[in-house]
Design a protein around this ligand. Sequence first.
Ligand SMILES: Nc1nc2c(c(=O)[nH]1)N=C([C@H](O)[C@H](O)COP(=O)(O)OP(=O)(O)OP(=O)(O)O)CN2
Ligand SMILES: [Zn+2]
Length: 146
Amino acid sequence: MIYSYYPQWPHNYRYELNKDMHLSAAHYIPSEDAGKCRRVHGHTYTINVTVVGDELNRNGFLIDFTVLKKWIHKRYDHTLLNDHPEFASEETEAAYPTTEVVAQVIWKTVQQKLDETSNKPKCLQVLVRETPTSYAVFRPKEGDFA
Ligand SMILES: Nc1nc2c(c(=O)[nH]1)N=C([C@H](O)[C@H](O)COP(=O)(O)OP(=O)(O)OP(=O)(O)O)CN2
Ligand SMILES: [Zn+2]
């Protein structure tokens, strides 16, 4: 089930799109104090990505929904998130695939790819839901954009 309520982030761009996606993945948080999360376990993640911009591309898209999904889903679906080098990077505040870090890493991946497009839209928000009761949101600061 896709959860239909998401927090909104005010902006002045002409266009906004939101893409929901599900992916199944496992993770663990190898910290002493991570409790039950220290054990490998799985989630059906619900991810919502918000993209904004003033210009559409020649197809009339801010970004193709299908392409946006592929960037994330293809890489992470049915994987162990801890196996991906981006979740063991010194660039992330904590090197583990917590909900917060997954949201931040997805934002970075999406924004780098958006920067290569002709109309250069911006990703303003990534929401990652791990369970029916737990989600985190990453919103970039101005300085996070290239
Ligand atoms: N700030 C964070 N806290 C926790 C994270 C996280 O990523 N960021 N992750 C976990 C666990 O991995 C787990 O996926 C979620 O835990 P929790 O919300 O406690 O899950 P429950 O289903 O047991 O919660 P209920 O309240 O019973 O619905 C833990 N913390
Ligand atoms: Zn978990």
